[in-house]
Design a binder for this molecule. Structure first.
Ligand code: BCO
Length: 565
């Protein structure tokens, strides 16, 4: 008879729950993937069992605060029963079926975690988006993904209302709010009456679990699809060795719910290790509130973008006594060695940088116990074989600059994204010979440490955001003042790099006040697309540098910004 548990290995003929050791072995390629895997059933429910048997410390699974006195603490058992209720909301009143795509645009509220886990339990494909998305961004996402359901908080309702007539596949609109709205199902109301009885779907290991929209040089964002195992098993080593988590730890990962970093630090890596995920819903990022949080709560592990640490080291950090902080991490953009040194000098704590991508997760990291070379993003992490390659896919020797790439094994590594949905050309373009190419340029030194140089394409990495120039140029051209524009990165002491727009003005606007027009264009971009992409610098120019075939030479403008010849 089949006991409660999962088919572990086709050769072993075993029925047993998968353990962390199994997940590690899979990541080390010592064991093959199980046929079926579901993070909710195989990881979260296992931790719930361990809570009951006293094998896990008395530590919440999710600890949420809002800074205004509200607090939520859920054990794994509570997370289990509440997410089963949420699963019943998604399948019954919402009428969703396994494989349906659900766009979830929620701020950092506990329901984001519930709906995320509920999607896993029901085999729905979770598509998170930042609440900074505008109506135009949401329209693109809903249409491109053919999403069946959108789940939003109150502030996103007007944007969805304004475009939903153009989304024929959208069947259900679910609102997470204490107030109900005409035409929207109320999550809170349905949740109250939903049953706690739900059997987790036996999803295949390679079955889609989530889609992330990622920006490139050209075109609209691509849909990077991940599988149950790529996220659910692929982050085991990251949680143990980079985040250095144990089930007694409390991790505060600052990332917005829309990014893969939220999946890494606030869901998969952390919960694989049974750690507590801490969340502070700040209305707006603020360094004082941030530091107060570290002094008030027993947070052991902090993960935040380098921009945040750059902001924090401006303060007198010696004034603050962090309650339990012992391990600090950063990623999403390059960290300057000065910031690492200032953070260490002021807090006594090292800063462990990780480098990765939405598509393939963590690629390089400074791991606990290893030497840190300030300015380097550490060594390649298992299971990846990270190399620097040239334009023909040849491995370059230490010290030579080239593209950062991951060697493909005989099969595509299971922790890779599965594909860019409906975009086989772009999926194929990530492969060069026997390598997956990241689009980032770097150098490996003779000790195997990797050093980031910059993007190989025109993508801008600002404050940890990956911003496609085309998306900003498309927003600018909608304004009557803009004849054409070129958007490139420009250095910034706090944000690493920022978006800079070179704009050629139309005749009626040529004599406009430049400061006023800059503000108007910035405001226009913030309304047209997610505000984090707005050009923080604008320069009006008579013409743009172009090739003889008329293509704008962004590289000339970028090199000029960075003082390169
Ligand atoms: O700075 P400004 O005030 O001029 O502009 C800000 C906002 O005020 C503005 N804005 C936001 N909502 C708006 C709005 N303006 C008009 N209407 C609205 N509805 O837009 C700008 C947004 O910039 P921001 O998001 O950078 O804001 P802020 O407050 O400066 O936050 C700083 C950070 C550091 C907290 C923030 O930039 C951040 O969270 N960055 C990290 C991003 C991240 O998590 N990246 C990881 C991606 S995943 C990855 O890299 C893979 C790794 C494996």
């Amino acid at each position: 008879a089949k006991p409660t548990g999962r088919y572990l290995h086709k050769d072993h003929q075993l029925w047993a729950p998968l353990t962390l050791a199994d997940f590690e072995a899979i990541n080390r390629c010592e064991r093959s993937l199980p046929k079926n895997f579901n993070f909710a059933g195989d990881v979260l429910d296992q931790w719930s069992q361990k809570e009951k048997t006293g094998e896990r410390p008395d530590n919440p699974a999710l600890w949420w605060v809002n800074g205004k006195g509200a607090e939520v603490k859920w054990s794994f058992e509570e997370l289990g029963s509440l997410s089963r209720k949420a699963a019943n909301v998604l399948i019954k009143p919402c009428g969703l079926k396994r494989g349906d795509r659900v766009a979830v645009i929620l701020p950092r509220i506990p329901e984001w975690w519930l709906i995320n886990v509920a999607c896993m339990r029901t085999g729905l494909v979770f598509m998170p988006g930042t609440t900074q998305l505008t109506a135009k961004d949401i329209l693109y996402r809903l249409r491109a993904s053919k999403a069946k359901c959108v789940v939003v908080s109150e502030e996103v309702v007007p944007a969805v209302e304004s475009i939903m007539s153009e989304c024929p596949d959208l069947k259900t609109k679910l609102l997470v709010s204490p107030h109900s709205q005409n035409g929207w199902l109320s999550f809170q109301e349905l949740f109250q009456s939903a049953s706690e009885e739900h059997s987790c779907v036996e999803t295949g290991s390679q079955e889609p679990v989530a889609i992330y929209f990622t920006s490139g040089t050209t075109g609209a964002p691509k849909m990077a699809q991940h599988s149950q195992s790529s996220l659910g098993i692929g982050y085991t080593l990251c949680g143990r060795y980079w985040l250095d988590l144990k089930s007694s730890d409390i991790i505060w990962n600052m990332s917005d719910t829309g990014w893969i970093k939220a999946a890494i630090g606030s869901v998969f890596s952390s919960w694989l290790q049974g750690a507590c995920v801490f969340v502070h819903r700040m209305a707006q990022f603020d360094t004082d509130t941030f530091l107060d949080t570290l002094t008030t709560y027993p947070i052991t592990t902090l993960c935040s973008a380098p921009t945040v640490y750059r902001m924090l080291v401006q303060k007198d950090l010696k004034r603050y006594k962090f309650k339990k902080l012992r391990h600090c991490l950063t990623g999403g953009e390059p960290l300057n060695p000065e910031v690492l040194e200032q953070w260490k000098a002021q807090t006594g704590l090292e800063l462990y940088e990780g480098y990765g991508q939405t598509e393939v997760g963590i690629i390089c990291a400074n791991q606990k116990g290893q030497e840190i070379k300030p300015g380097s993003m550490g060594k390649g992490v298992q299971p990846y074989d990270v190399q620097i390659i040239d334009e023909n896919g040849n491995v370059l020797p230490p010290g030579k600059e080239g593209e950062i790439a991951l060697r493909l094994q005989t099969t595509r590594p299971f922790c890779f994204f599965s594909e860019y949905v409906d975009n086989p050309e772009k999926t194929a373009a990530t492969i060069r010979g026997n390598f997956y190419v990241t689009g980032d340029r770097g150098v490996m030194d003779s000790d195997g440490f990797f050093w980031f140089v910059g993007r190989a394409d025109d993508v801008i990495i600002s404050s940890g955001y990956r911003i496609g120039p085309f998306e900003v140029e498309s927003a600018l051209i909608e304004h009557p003042a803009v004849v054409e524009s070129a958007v490139v990165s420009s250095p910034d002491p706090i944000r690493g790099e920022v978006v800079k727009a070179f704009v050629v003005l139309s005749a009626p606007f040529k004599s406009s006040n430049p400061e006023k027009l800059t503000l108007e264009l910035q405001d226009h971009v913030k309304k047209s697309t997610a505000p984090y992409k707005y050009p923080r610098k604008v320069e009006f120019v008579p013409e743009l540098p172009k090739t003889i075939t008329g293509k704008i030479k962004r590289n000339v403008l970028r090199d000029h910004e960075w003082g390169r010849t």
